[in-house]
Design a protein around this ligand. Structure first.
Ligand code: G4P
Length: 538
């Protein structure tokens, strides 16, 4: 395999709180990459626009979005893969999982709203694996907050160091342009222009009178003062610190006006990481290894009853994937070959003969995959790092048709394998609790169980708001906790014990009262087999 094929790839996600401008920025990138000809072609994130809770409508749109789950395009000498993340907050868990398949992210922040709820959560997920982050502060054409204040807010709220690489000249009605601190170039803003702005002016010396001529004396003075302050306050940009996830370079612009986007993209391809190594349970796997391996991070089911197929999305970690070659499904210990693996270029799907580390391919699946599965050329390996996140809404699944118990059992297992929701059980499986991050998933499950498995169910709301996995090295403490909290304990699908708390406050109280118990908010931790056995006893 040619190393060039690997190092030219940039696989990343654009993330933001809904409405900050993720879709618009994605579209502009695709325009620059020549992958689409007109804006408005990326429909995927329009899902969030459905103010309705009608999930079928959302699913219909999600169907459209399969093709745009991965948007690949060539830019300069790079092959860029943007992994789409759903805009709807109820699908946040999908987004978290997609982040395990990227090598870096661009985080979009609205300059008026600053850091928002989902921005915080998404950053926490990035932090878990030190994903390199570039920040794009958007909507500079609006009256937003002061840029220095925004940087302070990002540093404080998101717990990351920042380094501006571009700087706005004015904001809102006084927004004149962006100064590229990285390349020392001035780009002036012309909002009426729908095309890509080429009004770029090289200015190596900020003291040049040319700057005053271009943007006016007042703005020129302000830019000089700001630039001096930036040089004084912020460390020079250090690419290694960015790659370690410690420092986020920041760009300013206006995605809708195509402003500041090219600077962002140009710098992104230069500094963003090439496909990175990943860890299995036993070792680190390098992208340059000859043998193919990859993992499934997303499963998309087709709700159309005439086409009941599913697509499993596989991120290639090492080696070359080849069509029609047999690969080992390590969990099932079975060989599979794929006759029509799909690649995604912009909004087009096509069958590929081969794919490389950093690429994502779609594999047609009849129910063999679950999230987190590994494919290899024979080595018994399991990729780590596809966590389940602690859900926030819990409902008991009530079987309304005892004749269909088997179908229900199969259905709920498969749907939770797809990652639609998490399943917890009590009393050896008799009590089934479904946990999600959004209410919509309950409608999805109810509908799909009925239409795909013929099982009729209802949900009863449970009083829990928080769940956490727990472990302890102190056997006696664990036993005591299990005894005292008996009614608040369930087992997850792997049999690990989970503590269900009525509120964040109740959880905190238990953390204080049981200092020997370690509480975990994602499923990614080392499990003590004893704890599993004990939970299974419930
Ligand atoms: P999202 O995917 O992060 O949820 O955001 P999206 O791109 O859909 O953008 C949210 C809204 O913000 C859209 O307006 C979009 O046009 C607008 N927007 C994006 N970038 C900028 C910008 O630089 N400046 C300003 N002023 N607005 C921007 P909308 O009215 O909700 O939708 P639409 O009718 O324009 O599609």
């Amino acid at each position: 395999m040619n190393k060039e094929d690997i190092i030219k790839r940039r696989t990343f996600g654009i993330i933001s709180h809904p409405d900050a401008g993720k879709t618009t920025l994605t579209e502009k990138f695709l325009l620059f990459g020549g992958a689409i000809q007109t804006a408005g072609a990326v429909k995927s994130n329009r899902i969030k626009k459905a103010a309705t809770s009608d999930f079928m409508e959302i699913e219909k749109q999600r169907g459209i979005s399969v093709a745009s789950s991965v948007m690949g395009f060539d830019y300069k000498n790079y092959k860029v893969n943007i992994l789409d993340t759903p805009g709807h907050k109820d699908f946040a868990e999908d987004t978290y999982r997609t982040l395990t398949a990227v090598d870096s992210v661009i985080l979009v922040v609205d300059c008026v709203k600053g850091v928002e709820d989902l921005t915080r959560k998404l950053m926490e997920v990035c932090r878990m694996r030190n994903t390199p982050v570039i920040v794009f502060i958007n909507k500079l054409d609006r009256e937003g907050q002061d840029p220095f204040d925004l940087l302070d807010e990002i540093e404080k709220e998101l717990n990351i160091h920042t380094r501006p690489l571009s700087w706005p000249i004015g904001i809102g009605s006084t927004f004149k342009g962006v100064y590229n601190l990285f390349e020392k170039k001035l780009q002036l803003f012309s909002p009426a222009k729908q095309t890509i702005s080429d009004d770029v002016f090289d200015i190596t010396d900020l003291n040049s009178i040319e700057l005053d001529n271009r943007i006016g004396e007042k703005a020129a003075k302000k830019l000089r003062d700001d630039a001096e302050l930036i040089e004084g306050v912020y460390e020079p940009f250090n690419k290694d610190l960015y790659l370690d996830g410690y420092l986020a370079p920041v760009f300013f612009g206006s995605a809708i006006n195509n402003f500041g986007v090219k600077e962002l993209l140009d710098t992104f391809v230069q500094i963003a990481p090439e496909p990175r190594p990943r860890f299995t349970e036993t070792r680190e796997v390098l992208p340059t290894e000859n043998k193919f391996s990859g993992f499934i991070f997303k499963i998309h089911a087709n709700l159309d009853p005439n086409h009941r197929d599913r697509i499993a999305f596989c991120r290639i970690v090492s080696g070359k994937f080849e069509r029609n070659k047999f690969y080992q499904h390590t969990r099932l210990d079975k060989k599979f070959r794929f006759s029509s693996p799909t690649s995604f270029m912009a909004n087009e799907k096509s069958i590929v003969d081969e794919a490389y580390p950093g690429d994502v391919i779609g594999l047609y699946d009849t129910g063999n995959f679950k999230i987190g599965d590994t494919l290899s050329e024979g080595e018994l390996m399991f990729y780590k790092g596809i966590p389940s996140f602690s859900p926030e809404i819990f409902k008991e699944l009530v079987n309304k048709d005892p004749m269909k118990t088997k179908q229900l059992e199969k259905g709920i297992q498969q749907l939770t394998d797809e990652g639609v929701a998490q399943l917890f059980t009590q009393q050896q499986g008799y009590v089934k609790i479904v946990g999600t991050v959004g209410d919509l998933q309950f409608d999805v499950i109810q509908f799909r169980l009925l239409h795909e498995y013929g099982a009729s169910v209802e949900f009863t709301k449970l009083p829990y708001e928080k769940a956490s996995w727990y472990t302890s090295t102190d056997k006696a403490a664990l036993e005591r906790f299990n005894m005292v909290k008996k009614y608040n304990i369930a087992a997850d699908k792997e049999g690990r014990p989970v503590f269900l708390a009525e509120s964040a406050w109740a959880l905190k109280m238990n953390q204080d009262n049981f200092p020997d118990i370690a509480f975990h908010f994602t499923s990614e931790f080392k499990t003590d087999p004893n704890a599993i056995r004990q939970a299974n006893a419930w």
